[in-house]
Design a protein around this ligand. Structure first.
Ligand SMILES: C[S@@+](CC[C@H](N)C(=O)[O-])C[C@H]1O[C@@H](n2cnc3c(N)ncnc32)[C@H](O)[C@@H]1O
Length: 276
């Protein structure tokens, strides 16, 4: 079989399975198996796919047909400058979370050795991206899931970045500071919303990474106690939740509360400054 046909057949199967971007996924899977970039694949439409490659592709396509997230099927996913290992123990890092990192870097720019706490670190995406892009930042990531912490630890090793990782339940308060920055992408899906999510999220990603009633409030409240005066809280929020979270931070005494939009012009980040 030629690579063009492999892409066409895979596209058809993924479309039938209900995948949202069947051709893109097919190109990524075929290029992954052939060890090519997507642009190289486009130039090598007549490349022969060997029998072992066909078998390897079949295994991956069958997983994607079952609506397993592409990131889990590939076993890794790009996040800012890093390629992170991901599996069912962690949420797949999202593009809107890259904007959270952008805001964090802006808040600690100019600090020699800022102390940063990432609450609900999952794969370590936020913590590691901050450590990568502000090399002298002292970053701690906490999570209640030991499985997630294993993945984050493996990602730190792979990236050659030193961060501290601790098992911690955010509902018990936050680790003692003083921190210059507390950041969190907490679980914020409401239990009643879970059935409305696409199959990849609903059926595959860890429920504890998605659903967390009161988690945003717990982080915002906990951060008041552990941020140094003048320190910043940066939160990723659900669509449509900006007004509520802005009011929450105002009520807790944070100053200069602002929001930042994602690429689809929806407010997805709320941040504020702890006053003394
Ligand atoms: C939405 S995911 C964010 C993962 C990662 N920070 C990211 O942005 O891709 C939320 C994370 O919070 C963790 N979590 C859920 N409940 C928690 C709790 N009570 N205490 C600490 N972490 C918790 C989950 O295990 C998950 O890794």
């Amino acid at each position: 079989m030629k690579s063009r046909r492999a892409v066409d057949e895979t596209t058809e199967r993924l479309a039938t399975a209900g995948c949202a971007s069947p051709r893109v996924d097919a190109e990524i899977l075929v290029s992954h198996v052939l060890g090519l970039s997507r642009s190289e694949l486009a130039l090598e439409a007549s490349r022969k796919v060997s029998r072992p490659e066909e078998k390897a592709l079949e295994r991956l396509v069958a997983r994607r047909e079952a609506r397993e997230p592409l990131a889990y099927v590939l076993g890794e996913w790009g996040f800012r400058r890093l390629t992170l290992r991901v599996d069912r123990r962690v949420l797949v890092p999202r593009s809107e979370t890259e904007i959270v990192v952008e805001r964090c870097l802006a808040r600690i720019a100019g600090f020699a050795e800022p102390r940063v706490l990432d609450v609900g670190t999952g794969s370590g995406a936020i913590a590691l991206a901050i450590a990568d892009e502000h090399p002298r930042a002292l970053v701690t990531g906490v999570d209640a899931s030991s499985g997630a912490l294993e993945v984050a630890g493996a990602n730190a090793l792979r990236a050659g970045l030193a961060i501290e990782l601790r098992e911690w339940d955010l509902y018990t308060g936050l680790p003692a500071g003083p921190w210059d920055l507390v950041v969190s992408n907490p679980p914020y899906v409401l239990p009643e919303e879970i059935e409305t999510l696409e199959a990849e999220v609903r059926d595959w990603e860890p429920r504890a990474a998605l659903v967390g009633v009161g988690a945003t409030e717990a982080v915002a409240r906990g951060a008041v106690d552990v941020l140094r005066p003048g320190g910043a809280l940066v939160l990723e929020i659900a669509w449509g939740d900006a007004a509520r979270v802005t009011a929450l931070l105002g009520g807790l005494g944070y100053a200069e509360v602002t929001t930042t939009e994602d690429l689809a012009a929806r407010d997805r980040v709320v941040e504020g400054t702890r006053v003394s």
